[in-house]
Write a protein of this length. Structure first.
Length: 293
């Protein structure tokens, strides 16, 4: 494999430094196989996008191994200008790793390298959101409120921190007013959450969109409408179990385009990162992203 070279991009602070351990395992596996690699260490937000863009425009055949969480994977996707000349190998090292969970990625580093070194690729979907790209889930409402609360929660870490933020948000639940268009349906309504889902999971394993299948040429839009305050606990329990689609407050659509505008002080999130957009147009891009299988 003398002609094979991987570009390795990693975020050393991802998930409290977990990526450093995985990075060392990746190097050991590549060294054991005698495979060449070039290391790119990121040090600030957005640098993964810059590195991928530079590689994509300067090389005719790039095989990039990305170590990080959903946000880092999203940054890598944003850097691609020519999808025909680059393939990404994604190794999850983040806090939530929801995209990897939806894609049924392997667990062991050795298994990832076994796959990547075959140099076989598969194509999959992503969502264009205005001038951005979303790999997993874009949304507004409760998921954004949880992310904002998560950022100021002290004393706990990891999933416990996420659940602490979740329970606080449920206890202080807000409804958000939106205007939307999907197919021939348009309207305004108050919602708890609206998710435009390529993948299934948010928040480190919460099954927001159980019917989503990445690569099927559609995304799922899941809306939970305003409900009576006495229904908070039953709804929360169904949400935690991934059973909320059966509740009368929940609506689900399959689409490849969707427009939504927030009519209050809410924000949007994409792959766990917050954006101040008030209005977005979502479009499914089918079979364009190449992944190392």
């Amino acid at each position: 494999m003398e002609d094979l070279t991987f570009d390795i991009i990693y975020n050393p602070v991802s998930s409290g430094g977990k990526s450093v351990k995985v990075f060392e395992e990746v190097l050991a596996e590549l060294d054991r196989r005698g495979i060449n690699y070039v290391i790119h260490k990121t040090s600030y937000a957005g640098e993964t996008t810059e590195i991928v863009r530079k590689l994509n425009t300067s090389q005719s055949d790039t095989k990039a191994i990305i170590l990080g969480g959903d946000g880092t994977f999203g940054e890598a996707l944003m850097g691609i200008e020519n999808f025909d000349t680059i393939a990404l190998g994604l190794i999850p090292c983040g806090t939530g790793n929801d995209y990897a969970r939806a894609m049924r990625f392997p667990q062991a580093t050795k298994d990832f390298i076994d796959q990547f070194t075959k140099c076989e690729t598969r194509t999959t979907d992503f969502i264009e959101v205005n001038d951005k790209r979303c790999l997993n889930v874009c949304g507004m409402g409760m998921d954004v409120d949880i992310l904002e609360r998560y950022a100021v929660t002290k004393g706990v870490k990891g999933k416990l921190k996420y659940y602490a933020a979740l329970f606080w948000v449920v206890a202080h639940l807000k409804f958000h007013k939106i205007r939307y268009t999907i197919g021939e349906e348009s309207g305004e309504r108050e919602v708890v959450i609206t998710s435009i889902a390529n993948g299934q999971f948010i928040g480190g394993g919460m099954n927001m969109s159980p019917n989503s299948i990445i690569g099927d040429g559609k995304f799922n839009v899941v809306m939970i409408d305003r409900f009576k305050r006495g229904q908070k606990i039953p709804l929360l329990l169904s949400f935690l179990k991934g059973k909320h689609l059966t509740r009368p407050e929940t609506r689900e659509f399959w689409a490849d385009e969707f427009d939504i505008e927030i009519l209050d002080d809410g924000k949007f999130q994409m792959d766990g990162e917050l954006f101040d957009f008030k209005k977005i147009h979502c479009k499914l891009v089918h079979g364009k992203l190449r992944l190392l299988n």
